[in-house]
Design a protein around this ligand. Structure first.
Ligand SMILES: *Cc1c(COP(=O)(O)O)cnc(C)c1O
Length: 361
């Protein structure tokens, strides 16, 4: 008799590390560790969620037609080529489960989102990384790592945790060069923070093997509701719908997400506030001798002299009740990822860092 054992690769998965949310003995904690919207969700979404709560005895829609129609209307996309998931995490996971398996490779940039190796291994495939150049995605390095076994390429643009971005020309060149045996997944978790950027939707329209994912967890301020979506060629949507649980989305999540999507004024306000406060945060840190690359998202990757200094800064911020993210697991032991907050939050971070021993200002 053989004993039960998980599929190959599963025990190689390192557990996802979320951003810290509590500090012992501190009541006034400022959480800047998970790239959440500091203004919270749209009031329209909160209202829709509470109204939907009265109908919790009903099963939710299985086709999510109303939410897909709302997304289609706002983004000018074909609702039949949209799929809704429990966060974009679920869409990213379906792609791996449906298209990669043992012997296949899943490729992503070296500082890429930590979920990518998790979903690759969950599918039994082999994660492969491509080097970045000065904390920026390098399209040629990615293409050089594509082999006949490569089934998926995951690419976040803007990227997490660097906040850097590649331009439309680079994305276009990558999409055109990826072989048809491989799907390019453009993870647009932070796309809304870039004014006028379509997250790669136009590339999806032009290629049979390009997919875009988006989330309501970041600019929409709905990380706790768990809603994300994918936009893909019809053939890929048909595949993903076969492994999607019929009732994957609760009626509360669907209602809240639809109201949030329809409140684009809220998104616009948050994008403008984020850009202003991001400039204040990055500029203030630079004055203290702490550099960062130009960020296109709602966080800044602050770089210190070495890992010891980064850990000391993290401890110093914690002593001031501020939680940020150590990103050694992403290959940046010398850096801290700091989410952009409200004006008063940015002030609190800069005031705290001004008293960090050895700060230069
Ligand atoms: C936050 C984030 C996501 C979104 O995950 P959800 O499951 O939608 O909450 C996806 N990709 C990247 C790069 C992220 O940082």
């Amino acid at each position: 008799m053989t004993r039960i054992s998980p599929q190959p690769g599963i025990m190689d998965i390192e557990l996802y590390q979320g951003g810290a949310s509590h500090l012992a003995g501190v009541t006034d904690v400022l959480k800047l560790s998970s790239n959440e919207n500091p203004f919270g969700p749209s009031p329209a979404a909160v209202q829709a969620v509470s109204e939907a709560a009265a109908k919790l005895h009903r099963y939710p829609s299985t086709d999510h037609a109303a939410l897909r129609a709302a997304i289609g209307a706002v983004h000018d996309l074909d609702p039949d080529r949209l799929i809704i998931g429990v966060g974009s995490d679920e869409v990213l996971t379906w792609l791996a489960l449906a298209y990669a398996g043992p012997g296949d490779e899943v490729l992503y940039p070296e500082h890429g989102f930590s979920l990518y190796p998790i979903v690759a291994r969950a599918a039994g495939a082999t994660p492969v990384t491509a080097p970045e150049t000065a904390r920026r995605v390098d399209v040629d390095a990615i293409l050089a790592r594509v082999t006949p076994a490569t089934r998926l390429i995951y690419l976040a643009n803007p990227a997490n945790p660097t906040g850097t971005m590649i331009g439309a020309d680079e994305m276009t060149r990558l999409a055109a060069a990826v072989p048809e045996s491989c799907i390019l997944v453009l993870d647009g978790a932070y796309a809304e923070f870039v004014d006028g950027y379509d997250g790669g939707a136009a590339l999806v329209d032009r290629h049979p093997n390009v997919v875009m994912t988006r989330t309501l967890s970041k600019i929409y301020g709905l990380g706790g509701l768990r809603v994300g979506w994918g936009y893909a060629p019809r053939a890929i949507i048909d595949v993903l719908n076969r492994i999607r649980g019929p009732f994957n989305m609760s009626n509360v999540a669907l209602a809240g997400a639809e109201a949030a999507i329809r409140d684009q004024e809220f998104v616009r306000t948050c994008r403008i506030a984020n850009a202003e406060q991001r400039a204040r945060l990055a500029g203030g840190l630079a004055q203290l001798g702490i550099p960062s690359d130009e960020s296109h998202a709602n966080f800044v990757l602050a770089r210190f002299a070495d890992a010891d200094r980064a850990r000391a800064a993290d401890a110093h911020l914690k002593a001031h009740g501020i939680l940020v993210r150590l990103v050694a697991g992403y290959g940046f032991p010398e850096a801290l990822r700091i989410t952009v907050g409200r004006p008063q939050d940015v002030t609190r971070v800069l005031d705290a860092m001004a008293t960090f021993p050895g700060a230069t200002a």
